[in-house]
Design a protein around this ligand. Sequence first.
Ligand SMILES: [Mg+2]
Length: 375
Amino acid sequence: MKVASVEALPVSYKEPTDHNRYRSVCLVKITDTDGRVGWGESCSYFPEATFATAKIVEGLGQIIIGQNALHTEAIWYKLKEHSWWYGTGSGIASIAISGIDIALWDLKGKQLSVSVLDLLGGPVRDTLPAIASLHGTHASIDKMAEDIASHTATGLHGAKVGFGKAGNAYLGFEEARDLEFVEKVKAAMGPGKDLMVDLGVKNFWDVPTAVRRARAFEERGVAWLEEPLGNDDPEGYLALRAASGIRIAYGEREWNAIGVQRIIKTGTVDVIGLDPGRVEGITGFRKAAEICALNRRQANAHNFSTAIVGAASQALSFASPACYILELQPVYGEAQKDLVDRPVWHTEGFVNLPNGPGLGIEINEDLVQSARMDG
Ligand SMILES: [Mg+2]
């Protein structure tokens, strides 16, 4: 039952939902003394961050070898304590701890023949609606509306669309174009489908711009507006909150539960993004989601990576009372579809329940080896 080895595996893959750009993440493989294996993922996204994460995972791995793999919480605290100087509540240490923690939960479930969802206390709801998470792509708004509606026609309950991304969509820059986009996508999806707008780093809105768009989006029934003023502008968000009734989402760039508590205290966030591959793993997500629930805020898994973070997000979203939906990439690439035997998916718009043990997935190790960035 003890941890025998911790391996850091930096990999890169083509992401079809992001214009086939290469993304990289650090996978974590933890093996116990009986040969059982747990897998985790650190969402580092950029090559330099992925290599740095791998080194930190290897270093932290040394202090957990020989530990009881069932002791996920105790190990989590050990990792936090060990990284006190270079990971004081933020940074790549949080990303590294995330991958290790997810792998330990998977391993614990496999050792006990129990699903991570059961280890978390079981599902708090019978059904979990899924929405599509995608980016604007085409120059033609009609074409984008048609594409998005084709995804929601499968039963998905709506779509969250990233503005300011690569490609020719040119969203988030001109008010008239943005409003035409919202109107046409809403019309194409039809009634009962939600549209969420997620600003990207290429968009820069000052407070007056955000207020004008938020009011116009609210009138057109946009379900939430994500990161309209970035991740850290409490005064700006207060002004936006006072001027518009639209639901405001941010938080996916926080590193831990303390950061989530801090942004909730500003009174300016309704939907808090939480990435299990960044926010200190399943243990860290759980703590942050609990704060969201206690403060009557919605938590929303930032599920935009490989099938491992997908499986962790699935279990966490079913187990957390603050989570009401789960985002899925409507077009799966290798990292979601081929990396595991049972990718997270939906049935007529509702996320499938995970099946144990652990995260309920077996990893295609040949694919992992072929995607290695370190030869
Ligand atoms: Mg986002």
